[in-house]
Design a protein around this ligand. Structure first.
Ligand SMILES: [Zn+2]
Length: 510
């Protein structure tokens, strides 16, 4: 492999999933992992197996099913953590144990209450122990950017001697600035004599909005792996955005002179999938994947782009898989045309999935004249890639107004039976949710919800993404309808179904 090759380590499913309000189930994580494999990232960090049984199950499923990228599992530098991680990733095509320990004095003093000597020997022990299981071991020096450089250099040298194949230097708290962070990486090269025996990695957070800039400064100064997350999600202000790193290295390749191996055409779809499943919407002005990233508003700009695209565009939207075309399908489109169109959009549906999607498409096409690509993507998310619907909405009637108490009547299908309940509430959506509670005997609390018009026009599809608290845990709910109240209630029921599904899964052996 050429020395200019940069490895992309995606942590959407670990650090990204730690974003406040995000909680993905095993199926959702698998969908994202498969998509990351199609995109062609080098490493997928699938989760933190010891954190919870759900995390373990997701990492294990990804390790078993996803082929192509290295599958990494995170663990603290203890035997128990390493054992659990190995158990989860052992069946991966190429497994990696990723162990971490803080090296900054702040963390040593207040968090770990350990001396530098103790931390050094714990790090070495952990790597040696992990190495017994797995040839690929990554060591992260947590809070590296605020660590004493001489101590850090000593830790790095010793963990490489112990067998670490990748050494990650995170800017855990997002405090670094590019010039300084670049110098820091270069210093490590100078101070660690055996550094060429491992791949140096960076992992930057966006607290000051410099995660991508810091990562690129790291790359210029010798880092060969970059850790990032789709749409830049992650702890607090998030991680370096994967799509920004990729497109910076591509668009400015003459400057960086680095190679990456990625299917660019999967970028937009990956962003869309992560946004849909996590419920974290992408801001319109977000670089690369934001709704406005390729929109030209000013007449002068529009005129320029029409004459010659490069006047105002440095990247082509088609390259990242964003097609400019909107409508092709309508009410009279047949199954074959539908199938071809879905393949063009990148959805390789099997026959059962195609049946489901096509039926849902016909229902929507009956209600609205034009079915856009955005509608179709939302439909796949809603109907095909969803967990089993234990509770299914079959009837909804609400009455509300200025001087009446909002009341709702709801019918839900459970197996082959239909159950009905009525309730009052603070508003029509609340009333309907209370009626749902009466039937399901599961009591949720809708903390917030966002309405997203999937397409434009009076008959637009509305997508509601909500956060529902059930038994102290957060569940993301999604609902799709041309009616806003119905979409909201569906998102609530979707979260209830997720809760129910998780409960069923964990009822078996953990
Ligand atoms: Zn992080």
């Amino acid at each position: 492999m050429s020395g200019n090759r940069i490895y992309l380590f995606d942590t959407t499913l670990r650090d990204g999933e730690q974003s406040p309000g995000v909680s993905l189930n095993v199926e959702e994580k698998l969908e994202i992992a498969h998509q990351l494999a199609r995109l062609g990232v080098d490493v997928i960090e699938a989760g933190f197996p010891i954190a919870s049984p759900g995390d373990f199950a997701a990492v294990e499923a990804i390790a078993r099913q996803v082929r192509g990228p290295i599958i990494a599992g995170l663990c603290r530098a203890t035997r128990q953590d390493i054992d659990r991680t190995w158990e989860a990733i052992r069946e991966a095509e190429s497994p990696r144990i990723h162990t971490f320990l803080a090296t900054s004095d702040i963390h040593l003093q207040y968090k770990l209450q350990k001396s530098r000597e103790e931390v050094l020997s714990q790090a070495v022990e952990a790597v040696k122990y992990a190495k017994k299981y797995c040839s690929d071991v990554e060591f992260s020096a947590e809070d590296a950017s605020r660590s004493d450089v001489d101590f850090l250099a000593q830790v790095i040298e010793k963990v490489i001697d112990a067998g670490a194949t990748v050494v990650n230097l995170p800017d855990t708290v997002g405090y670094a600035v590019p010039e300084e962070f670049g110098r820091f990486i270069r210093t490590m090269y100078e101070k660690v004599p055996n550094i060429d025996k491992a791949i140096l990695s960076v992992h930057c957070h966006d607290d000051l909005g410099m995660a991508v800039a810091n990562s690129l400064a790291g790359i210029i100064n010798g880092a060969r792996q970059v850790e990032c997350a789709v749409n830049g999600i992650g702890e607090r202000a998030g991680n370096a955005a994967l799509e920004e790193i990729i497109m910076a290295l591509y668009t400015r390749r003459a400057f960086y002179e680095k190679e990456i191996n990625i299917n660019y055409g999967e970028l937009f779809r990956t962003s869309r999938l992560v946004s849909s499943l996590t419920g974290m919407r992408v801001q319109p002005n977000k670089a690369i994947v934001g709704k406005n990233a390729f929109a030209h508003e000013s007449g002068i700009h529009q005129d320029g782009v029409l004459k010659e695209r490069s006047t105002y565009e440095i990247m082509s939207p088609e390259l990242i898989g964003l097609s400019r075309g909107s409508l092709v399908l309508g009410k009279h489109s047949g199954r074959h045309a539908f199938k071809e169109h879905m393949i063009e959009l990148g959805y390789q549906l099997n026959e059962d999935e195609l049946d489901l999607a096509f039926r849902a498409f016909k229902e929507i096409a009956d209600k609205k004249k034009e079915v856009t690509n955005d509608d179709l993507v939302a439909l796949v998310m809603d109907k095909v890639w969803s967990i089993p619907e234990r509770f299914k909405l079959t009837y909804l009637h609400v009455s509300s107004g200025t001087n009446i108490v909002p009341t709702a009547t709801v019918k839900l299908a459970i197996d082959d039976m239909t159950f009905e309940a009525a309730a009052t509430g603070d508003g029509p959506v609340d009333a309907a949710c209370r009626a749902v509670d009466k039937i399901t005997d599961i009591y949720g609390r809708m903390l917030d919800y966002k309405l997203n018009a999937v397409s434009s026009g009076k008959d637009a599809l509305g997508e509601v993404v909500s956060h529902i608290e059930i038994n102290g845990k957060l569940y993301g709910g999604r609902g799709l309808s041309t009616d806003i109240i119905e979409a909201s209630v569906k998102s609530y029921i979707n979260a209830i179904n997720k809760f129910y599904y998780e409960k069923q899964q964990h009822a078996g052996p953990a």
